[in-house]
Design a protein around this ligand. Structure first.
Ligand code: ADP
Ligand code: SF4
Length: 671
C-alpha cells in the first residue's frame, strides 16, 4: 500500500461497534428489494469482500403505509422479514464488514400502490406518485403508532444481525417532512419551532436506541440542505441548527444534500467529484460523532484529503462502490491504477427509476452476482489455448478483448481508427462527458498488464484480412452509425433528408451553419449535449423533439430538469411535441405531434439525432463462418452500458451454452 493512503485503513468507532476501515458503502437501491433477497445478499457480499468496511442495505420499509411499489424496497413489516435480511447481514459479516440497514418511511412520498393503504404525512398533502392522491395528516395516535413501527423494525433489524440501524431523515421522506417548514405547518408540539419540528426525529433516535440496546449503533441520515434556500432546511440555517440540536444523539451522521432524491447523486455532467463538500463540511464542527457523506470519490488522494481536512471520517460511496466493489482492496494492495472509476453517467440511477435490477456502465457484473454468478474480479479460465480476433475498439470491443484475455485466450484487437474507444472518442468530448473516457482508459490500463493482448490501430479489417489471421474466434464489435432517414423512437417512416447532418458528420468535422435545428427522436443525451455544445460555440440552436420534454429519457438518470435548465440558460429554443416533416433549402419543416399542423423553421443546418443502424456488413459477408460473433452496437445499438454488458456476457460465457439467468421464485413449500 502507498503509505499516504494508510489513513484510509484506520478502524473507526461508531458507538458500540467498530468499522475496520474508513470505506463506507452508504445505502443505495439495488432494484432487488424484498422480492429478490438472494440477489441482494450476493451483491452486498461482493462489496464486503472488496474491502468496504461498512456495507448498508437500501431503504427498508418499517410499515405497509410506506410502500414504494413498483420500485424495489426492503421490508421489516413482520418477523417473517427477519430471515431473508439476516442472509444479507451474514453475507456482509462473512467478509469482516459491518452491516447497516436503512429503516425507511416515505410519508407523502410513498405511493402505496401495492398495499393500498392511504399515505400519511405531517399535514394533509396532495401527493402524486403514479396517481394523484392525498396523504392524510397524522394525529397523535398515528405518531404513537409510527414510533412503534420504527421500534419494532429496529428490534427486527437487530435480530437479523445488523450492526448499524438508521433513522432516515433524508430525501424528503417522513421524518424530513416533519423537519421542513415547507411540509410541516402543524400547530401542535410537532410543528412550529425547529425544536418542535425536530421532535419526532429525536424521538425516533431515542426509540431506535431503546429497541436495539447497546450492541448496535444508531445512525441518522439527514439532508442538511434541501436546495430551497431559507424557505426550507438549508446548510446555513436550519440544517446547521438540527445538527447542533441533535449533535451527540446518534452514533453516526450520514449527511447529504437532498430534497429530490437525485440531488446527492447528480451525474458527472452536472456535478464534480466531492460536490457536496460545501454543504456538509460544517457538520464535523458540531459533533464528536463520526460523519460520512458521498461525493463520487474515486481518487485515493482525494479521499485522504477529505479525512485530513476534517470534512468527514469515512469515505461514503454508493456509485464508486457499484463501479468497483473492490476499490478499497485495490488501494490497500497498492493497485489504485486498477480502480474501475465510476464515470458518473447515472445508468445505475436509471435502473432504479425504471424499476429494474441494478446495472452499471463500468462494471457489467453489478447486479449479476447471484443470477449469473458473475464476480467483478474473478473469471473462469478458458479451457483451451485458443486465439481470438476482436474487430473494433469501442466499449464493446475493448470489453470483449479484455475479458477474453483475462480468460487466457491469445487476443488480437484491431481498430480501424487512429484512436481507441470508438464512440467514446467523440462523446467524451461533449460538454460535461469527459469522465466517460474512463470506460476506455480502465480497459486499456488492464489490457496493458496482460501479455496476451495485441492491439493494432489504423487496421480496418476486411473479410480477407480476417480470414488471413485464422483466429479460432472472431468477434465483431464494429459499432453503429446514426441514421439519415429520420427514423427514430417516434417517427417510424423513413424520409428523405439529403442535406441533413448526423452526429457522426458533426464529429467528423462537417460544417454546421450559424442557425441549426437539432431534431431529437433518440431522447437520451446526444440531442441535448449537441445542442449545448453548439450553443456554447455561438450557434443559434432550436431543439425539436416529439416528446413533451427535451432529452426525455434522461428523466431516468435524474438529469432531465438539469438538461432543460442548462439549455434554456444557453438560449436554446426548445420545441417539444413536434415531428420532423421535411427539409427545404433553408428551413426544416415540422408538424405538431397532436394536430399535424405544419410550420417551417428557418435554419442553415439540420442535425438528425434519431435511430442508429449497426455497422454489420462484415457480419453478413462472413455469415455462416463458425466461431463468429457480434457484440455491442454492432448487434443492437444501445447505451454504452449495454454494449459493455453484451461483450462481457459473450466473453465470459464463451464455450458454454447460452442459458437464461436464474430467477428468484417464490418457494412452493410456502404455498
Ligand atoms: P460499441 O459501442 O459497440 O463498442 P463503437 O461504435 O463505440 O461500438 O465502436 C466501434 C469501433 O469499431 C469503432 O472504433 C470503429 O472504428 C471500429 N470499426 C468498425 N469497423 C471496423 C473494421 N472493419 N475494422 C476495424 N475496426 C472497425
Ligand atoms: Fe458510476 Fe455510471 Fe456505474 Fe452508476 S452506472 S456507478 S454512475 S459508472
Amino acid at each position: 500500500m502507498d503509505p499516504r493512503h494508510a489513513i484510509l485503513f484506520e478502524p473507526v468507532r461508531i458507538g458500540p461497534v467498530t468499522a475496520p476501515n474508513r470505506f463506507y458503502q452508504t445505502p443505495h437501491a439495488t432494484g432487488f428489494g424484498w422480492q429478490r433477497p438472494q440477489s441482494g445478499a450476493a451483491l452486498r457480499a461482493v462489496k464486503a469482500e472488496g474491502g468496504w468496511g461498512v456495507v448498508c442495505t437500501e431503504y427498508c420499509s418499517i410499515h405497509p403505509s410506506s410502500d414504494d411499489s413498483p420500485y424495489a424496497f426492503l421490508t421489516l413489516w413482520d418477523d417473517d422479514d427477519i430471515a431473508p435480511l439476516a442472509a444479507t447481514a451474514d453475507a456482509i459479516h462473512a467478509h469482516g464488514a459491518l452491516a447497516g440497514i436503512e429503516l425507511w418511511h416515505g410519508g407523502s412520498h410513498a405511493s402505496n400502490r401495492m398495499t393500498r393503504v392511504p399515505g400519511i404525512a405531517p399535514q394533509i398533502q396532495p401527493a402524486m406518485y403514479h396517481l394523484p392522491t392525498t396523504a392524510r395528516a397524522m394525529d397523535k395516535a398515528d405518531i404513537r403508532a409510527f414510533r412503534g413501527w420504527q421500534r419494532d423494525a429496529a428490534r427486527r433489524a437487530k435480530q437479523a444481525g445488523f450492526d448499524i440501524v438508521y433513522v432516515y431523515a433524508g430525501h424528503d421522506y417522513l421524518p424530513f417532512q416533519f423537519l421542513s417548514r415547507r411540509s410541516n405547518m402543524r400547530g401542535d408540539e410537532y410543528g412550529g419551532s425547529l425544536e418542535n419540528r425536530a421532535r419526532l426525529l429525536r424521538e425516533m433516535l431515542d426509540d431506535t436506541r431503546e429497541a436495539v440496546g447497546d450492541s448496535c449503533a444508531v445512525a441518522i441520515r439527514l439532508a442538511v440542505d434541501e436546495l430551497h434556500g431559507p424557505k426550507g432546511i438549508c446548510a446555513e440555517k436550519e440544517g446547521r441548527d438540527v445538527v447542533a440540536l441533535l449533535a451527540e444523539v446518534p452514533d453516526l451522521w450520514d449527511v447529504n444534500v437532498a430534497g429530490a432524491l437525485g440531488n446527492d447523486s447528480k451525474s458527472a455532467r452536472f456535478s464534480p467529484e466531492g460536490f457536496q463538500e460545501d454543504y456538509i463540511r460544517f457538520v464535523k464542527g458540531l459533533t464528536s460523532k463520526p460523519v460520512v457523506s458521498v461525493g463520487r470519490f474515486t481518487s485515493p488522494d482525494r479521499m485522504v484529503e477529505q479525512i485530513r481536512k476534517g470534512v468527514q471520517d469515512f469515505i461514503g460511496a454508493a456509485r464508486p462502490s457499484i463501479a468497483d466493489p473492490f476499490l478499497p482492496a485495490k488501494i490497500r494492495e497498492g493497485r489504485a491504477d486498477e480502480i474501475r472509476e465510476c464515470i458518473g453517467c447515472n445508468i445505475c440511477r436509471a435502473a432504479n427509476n425504471e424499476g429494474v435490477g441494478l446495472r452499471c456502465t463500468q462494471n457489467p457484473t453489478m447486479g449479476e452476482e447471484w443470477r449469473r454468478g458473475w464476480h467483478p474480479e474473478r473469471i473462469a479460465a478458458y479451457p483451451r489455448r485458443e486465439t481470438a480476433l476482436v474487430v473494433g475498439a469501442g466499449p464493446a470491443g475493448l470489453e470483449a478483448a479484455l475479458t477474453l484475455a483475462r480468460r487466457g485466450l491469445e487476443v488480437t484487437l484491431a481498430e480501424a481508427g487512429r484512436h481507441l474507444g470508438g464512440r467514446i472518442v467523440h462523446e467524451a468530448a461533449l460538454p460535461g462527458l469527459a469522465t466517460w473516457g474512463r470506460v476506455r482508459d480502465w480497459r486499456l490500463t488492464m489490457m496493458g498488464k496482460l501479455p496476451n493482448v495485441h492491439i493494432f490501430r489504423e487496421s480496418r479489417m476486411g473479410a480477407g484480412d480476417i480470414a488471413e489471421l485464422k483466429s479460432d474466434h472472431v468477434v465483431l464489435a464494429t459499432g453503429s452509425r446514426w441514421r439519415r432517414d429520420g427514423v427514430g423512437v417516434t417517427g417510424m417512416e423513413p424520409g428523405d433528408y439529403p442535406r441533413a447532418l448526423t452526429p457522426d458528420d458533426v464529429f467528423a468535422g462537417a460544417e454546421v451553419g450559424p442557425s441549426v435545428v437539432i431534431y431529437d427522436d433518440d431522447h437520451y443525451y446526444m440531442g441535448g449535449a449537441l445542442a449545448e455544445k453548439l450553443a456554447r460555440a455561438g450557434h443559434q440552436v432550436t431543439l425539436v423533439t416529439p416528446y413533451p420534454q427535451v432529452s426525455g429519457w434522461t428523466v431516468y438518470t435524474d438529469e432531465q430538469g438539469l438538461v432543460q435548465d442548462r439549455l434554456m440558460h444557453l438560449g436554446v429554443t426548445i420545441l417539444p411535441q413536434h415531428m420532423l416533416a421535411g427539409q427545404g433549402a433553408e428551413h426544416a419543416r415540422i408538424a405538431c405531434a397532436t394536430t399535424g399542423v405544419l410550420s417551417d423553421i428557418a435554419c442553415d443546418s439540420l442535425i438528425l439525432v434519431t435511430g442508429r443502424l449497426p455497422v454489420d456488413d462484415l457480419w453478413f459477408t462472413l455469415s455462416g463462418q463458425p466461431n463468429l460473433a457480434r457484440v455491442g452496437d454492432c448487434l443492437a445499438p444501445s447505451s454504452i452500458a449495454d454494449a459493455v454488458y453484451s461483450a462481457h456476457r459473450f466473453a465470459r460465457h464463451l464455450g458454454e451454452p447460452d442459458l437464461p439467468p436464474r430467477r428468484e421464485r417464490p418457494s412452493h413449500k410456502s404455498l
